[in-house]
Ligand binder design. Structure first.
Ligand code: RP5
Length: 161
């Protein structure tokens, strides 16, 4: 059981790091590749087919601008594909609309602009359906976020820099 993180360019890697962080927090194995739908389409297809046959249960794909990478990956596999729109122009709205507007039957589950952590979290939630032990890690993530909120300052200290 493994998650494949794919991005269209090395320039996407600072944003896509969040997906790997979420997967690691939950103890899920991952691998990452830089493969562009436009620049190396043949190699992308070959990679998706190979990753699937080697145990990738879910793909996370991040891209900016025309952002065809997640949709093209979805065209090669029936495994769930989670798309991360990356802010490169127009505040990432161009990539968000491109990734989310898939035709019927070829979905890409799309998270918010630059929110690769949520892509990683959603991948764990998908895997947790068949791997109940992951539920504990997911619950821990939520508990930690809740605790952090409740430990925030009050009154005047709310506005401290
Ligand atoms: C997209 O174009 C990539 O995903 C990246 O977000 C954007 C810019 O890529 P580079 O020109 O920096 O390689 O394909």
């Amino acid at each position: 059981m493994k998650v494949s993180i794919v991005m269209g360019s090395k320039s996407d890697s600072p944003v896509m790091k969040g997906a790997a962080e979420a997967l690691e927090l939950c103890g899920v194995e991952w691998e990452a590749r830089i493969l562009s739908a436009h620049r190396v389409p043949e190699e992308l297809k070959e990679y998706v087919r190979r990753a699937e046959s080697e145990g990738t249960a879910c793909f996370i794909a991040g891209a900016g601008l025309a952002a065809h990478l997640p949709g093209v990956i979805a065209s090669f596999t029936n495994r769930p594909v989670i798309g991360v729109p990356i802010r490169a122009a127009f505040d990432g709205l161009d990539a968000l609309l491109s990734i989310v507007q898939m035709p019927k039957g070829v979905p890409v589950a799309t998270v918010g602009v630059n929110n690769s952590f949520n892509a990683g979290t959603l991948a764990v939630q998908i895997l947790a359906v068949e791997h109940a032990e992951l539920q504990k890690s997911l619950q821990k993530l939520r508990t930690e976020k809740a605790r952090a909120i409740l430990e925030e300052p009050k009154d005047r200290e709310v506005f401290d820099e």
